[in-house]
Design a protein around this ligand. Sequence first.
Ligand SMILES: C=C(O[C@@H]1C=C(C(=O)O)C=C[C@H]1O)C(=O)O
Ligand SMILES: NC(=O)CC[C@H](N)C(=O)O
Length: 748
Amino acid sequence: MRILLIDAYDSFAQNLAQLLTSATGATIYTIRIDDFANISLLKPHLPSFDAVVIGPGPGSPEIEADIGVVNDVWKLSGEDILPVFGVCLGLQSLVFSHGGQVNKLGTVKHGLLSEIAHTGEGLFEGVGKINVVRYHSLHGITEVGGDVEEIAWADDENGRVVMGVRHIFKPFWSVQYHPESVCSEGGRNVVANFWKMAIDWNNSQGRVVKDLRADWKGQPREKSLMELQTSFEGRELDSAQKMEVRTEDIFGKGVSASRICEILGVGAAHEFVLLESAAAPGRFSIIGILTPGLTRRINYSCGDTFLKLSYSGPSSSETKVDLRDYGGSVWRFLAKYMDQRKATGGKDDSPFWGGLVGYFNYETGVDSLGVPIKPRKEAEGMKRRPDVNLAFVERSIVLDGHTGKIYIQTLLPPAADRNWLESTKRQLQQEADIAITPSPTPPPEPYPKRRRSAVKMSLLKLSPTIYKPDAEKYMQKVKTCQSYLSTGDSYELCLTATTKIHLEPTNAWALYQHLRTRNPAPYASYFRLSNTTLLSSSPERFLSWSRSGACQLCPIKGTVKKTPTTTCASASRLLNIPKERAENLMIVDLIRHDLHRLATDVSVEKLMVTEEYASVYQLVSVITGTVEPQDGMTGFDVLARSLPPGSMTGAPKKRSVAILQEIEETERGVYSGVLGYWSVCGAGDWNVIIRSAFRYDDEVVTTEDGSEKEVWRVGAGGAITALSGPKEEWEEMEVKLDSALGAFMGDF
Ligand SMILES: C=C(O[C@@H]1C=C(C(=O)O)C=C[C@H]1O)C(=O)O
Ligand SMILES: NC(=O)CC[C@H](N)C(=O)O
């Protein structure tokens, strides 16, 4: 049994595919509305399907680019007719193509629940009273006395809004709401009813479904990056390396990650990597030792046909890798690179044995969606910077904040690396001994007192000049976002803006220490690579995967500022309102879709739990799924196809990103990207780069008095929905901005 799902570039389509699979047992083939230029090209394939399902999507059925072949599917006649079920845009298209109208709602409904009334028959047989999730700005009005009749309704501020329709003599049904949303009731029942009616109709017509034609190109599931690589004929990378991890471990409770970094000379290091769990629920901190002349750097700028390999250190020659050997894809290159570097022998309890560490910036995600990158640095008269900035780390130190264990690890062969393991162990052991010997308990995190005062001295002298976005302009942009929400082009837009800081040359490590003390976060990081410095206090995990392929995504959406009187209970009350819940729900549904594309057993483990951070309370959800290692599928496949993070774009992702490219004037750069690792042990963990500051190390401005200043950037923003107020959004942006801006303030 086969169902053809026609996706209108929505971020919920694969949730619908999953609902269809579980309710019907059929195999789902997904195509896009414009994969076939017109209905006569699609028509020859339709006899191969038991039914068609039209998915939701941005825009309107009145606009051809938004609807593609779909209006014509509803106009099929005679022998060509087959059962069709439409969702949201699908319903609007059914109504529109049968003489009805599609109008704007006075009060749009995005991520909001309504109880619906229905006939209790046909599609709604045995469905009972249900609350359903709505994502729409438009609504259908059926033609009086026409062939399409109403079968379900919602009553709200708009009056009576049609929620379900059927064709009176053709096998066509549609719903306006989203039966596939995690918060909709009765979805499975409605889809099962459609399927039963579809099969009955096919039988009554003697319609026998044919095999797929030889020229049918669609696949029931997406291929992994490694499967796509099977035709790989290009040059091999550095010869495949079977790596053995060697580890020394010590018990080092009381030795902080910061202290170890200082022992390793972080303050003076040109390049350095620390991914630090500086607050709960973080557990492990990872230090990547970047050895000049030895550690590989991998850099890529979107639009290039090549990527650059070089060695860590101030001067290194570059090798260009022709990406055409990898289907033009940096993702396929990286999948192959890591496939050749699988390691054994590390400690089970250490999540990272060495491997890729670094970031994919926001524009990498924009590019991978096929959306043109509008604001580019070049346009601002800036140098081109890598959009992908990674290192392959051979030597690393991992601290387990729960057990106090410190793992010292190397992937280098013993002959090349005899002394490093032992000498580092000795050094850290000495520090561990000091930490446990003195009777006054070791000073609390982040680092011993003497160092804190040194940092204080240097920071007190800072005099940053801060260029914040213009408040009026930002509020105007909130309204522009809302105009796109009212036309149905987006359901939620994560608007952001960049603040620039000019600062006298300052030690970045000292700044980081200040940031992590002021705003301790589970995904803090100090990252310097390829002329870029990133100081992060991110609270948000984007995606992690285990060695066995268990994926977890933890989107945050919904923010309340902490005040001296806020408690978790009071914040929870403020967050548990329709506006905040809708913001979060939209992203949960979007992420379920991203995960359903490649993973199985997708489920929402936590839905909108209030969590406390240093300066804010947030609503957090957790979505999990598993990628099957056969076919070479890894968590990296999910990463490659899920950028930018949905919590930083809004939904539907592709259209929302394109709209944001129009509204935001500067490129986001490192902000809104993801930072993390993919280890040679097979596991990976990536966070969303927010509450962070970054700079390009060679970018300086000369002020009027002739002094040189560093240029730092901090991005901040928030989700705009129809329920947002411009002033409140500006204030929310400021709260998030302040959590990173604090690094530049000398008030400690
Ligand atoms: C846009 C930011 O944060 C994002 C937006 C949030 C929101 O709208 O509530 C919450 C967390 C992040 O996903 C930011 O920190 O700059
Ligand atoms: N979810 C959808 O399919 C939305 C349809 C249409 N773009 C609207 O906003 O009404």
